[in-house]
Design a protein around this ligand. Structure first.
Ligand code: HEM
Ligand SMILES: *[C@@H]1O[C@H](CO)[C@@H](O)[C@H](O)[C@H]1NC(C)=O
Ligand SMILES: *[C@@H]1O[C@H](CO)[C@@H](O)[C@H](O)[C@H]1NC(C)=O
Ligand SMILES: *[C@@H]1O[C@H](CO)[C@@H](O)[C@H](O)[C@H]1NC(C)=O
Ligand SMILES: *[C@@H]1O[C@H](CO)[C@@H](O)[C@H](O)[C@H]1NC(C)=O
Ligand SMILES: *[C@@H]1O[C@H](CO)[C@@H](O)[C@H](O)[C@H]1NC(C)=O
Length: 271
């Protein structure tokens, strides 16, 4: 073998090794499910971030700084929205005035966790911290190839109808209803396009079913920051569609200021 060829072989091998090492250090490529003693919760996205190490892999003792860094690095959230969501999250820690929460705290029913989830059964029927394929199959059957405000709302209303019919203890608070609308606005905006409010269904299915970021399918961290204003604006657009459909069947029944509820955090049950 000529020396030049040998050298280029060695260099190529070293580069391959370095690339492999880099890939294992890249948190978007590095994924590991929960180990014994780790906790996960009802939010497919926070579970995903813990599985990539953007949040503590244990799922426990998440501080505001952990959340802000994790959400910034994973999906380009600004500090304001992270603080906004952290304040909700700590409210689920049974210990008052705590400075941290664990992902399983989020499962406490009717604090933030609500019935009629897209991928979980109702609290009366099972645990909110585990994915349920049957519930999710119903949801995605309504999405079409593209999830947008219209198909997202169709799926929400279908899950509400099924849950009301099958859960004798079905309930929903003002805040729970606002969260439902916000969750759909959020996953479309983060995995798809926050301006047109559209996302390829395949990316959403991949994340929910694998609790992994869909980089293999071409998804990339958003290039522009995601803010509280964008969340509330897109929540408002889902709300208009949702109210339009409700008003068509039961006029005047709902007249929610959902963004306001989200900020004031009312947990009064409305159903
Ligand atoms: C990128 C950021 C996030 C996105 C896109 C997101 C999206 C979602 C979605 C789509 C669901 C609904 C799952 C279902 O219905 O089956 C959900 C559930 C939930 N999320 Fe998140 N989430 C994010 C971050 C957070 C944060 C920071 C919190 C902290 C308060 C949080 C709290 C929850 C809770 C409590 C639930 C359970 C609601 C239920 O009962 O279904 N999420 N999230
Ligand atoms: C590995 O990552 C470093 C920066 O983190 C970069 O400078 C280097 O070129 C990468 N090496 C390879 C082979 O990708
Ligand atoms: C986020 O910013 C808005 C003003 O743009 C402010 O009213 C609000 O209190 C901030 N929220 C948090 C949690 O910092
Ligand atoms: C929590 O903090 C509030 C004020 O921030 C205080 O009024 C309340 O007593 C505290 N509760 C506990 C259990 O420390
Ligand atoms: C049953 O319904 C009541 C309110 O109607 C609610 O407070 C309670 O958390 C529900 N329990 C379950 C397990 O759904
Ligand atoms: C639905 O009806 C309520 C009450 O009449 C009204 O305030 C609200 O604007 C309506 N929403 C839509 C989208 O038409």
């Amino acid at each position: 073998m000529r020396i030049a060829t040998f050298l280029s072989f060695t260099v190529a091998a070293a580069a391959t090794q370095a690339a492999a090492k880099n890939a294992t250090q890249d948190p978007f490529e590095q994924w590991d499910g929960p180990k014994a003693g780790d906790v996960r919760g009802p939010c497919p996205f926070l579970n995903t971030f813990a599985n990539h190490g953007f949040l503590p892999r244990s799922g426990k003792y998440i501080t505001e700084k952990d959340l802000a860094n994790g959400l910034f690095n994973a999906v380009h959230f600004d500090a304001n929205i992270s603080q906004f969501l952290f304040d909700f999250a700590v409210s689920t820690n049974p210990q008052p005035n705590s400075t941290w929460f664990s992902l399983d705290h989020l499962s406490r029913h009717n604090v933030l966790e609500h019935d009629a989830s897209l991928s979980r059964v109702d609290a009366f029927l099972g645990h909110a911290d585990v994915f349920n394929q049957q519930a999710f199959d119903e949801t995605r059957s309504h999405w079409g190839d593209i999830v947008n405000v219209e198909s997202g709302t169709t799926a929400i209303l279908a899950r509400m109808k099924t849950c009301k019919a099958t859960d004798p203890n079905y309930s929903l608070s003002d805040l729970g209803e606002a969260f439902i609308l916000g969750e759909t606005a959020a996953f479309i905006s983060i995995l798809g396009d926050a301006k047109s409010i559209t996302v390829d269904k395949k990316l959403v299915e991949y994340l929910f079913q694998n609790e992994r970021l869909p980089t293999k399918l071409g998804w990339k961290r958003p290039g522009t920051p995601f803010t509280t204003d964008i969340l509330l604006e897109n929540l408002g657009k889902v709300q208009v569609e949702y109210e339009k459909r409700l008003n068509a069947t039961s006029p005047g029944k709902r007249s929610g200021e959902y963004a306001g509820r989200m900020i004031h955090g009312s947990t009064k049950l409305i159903y």
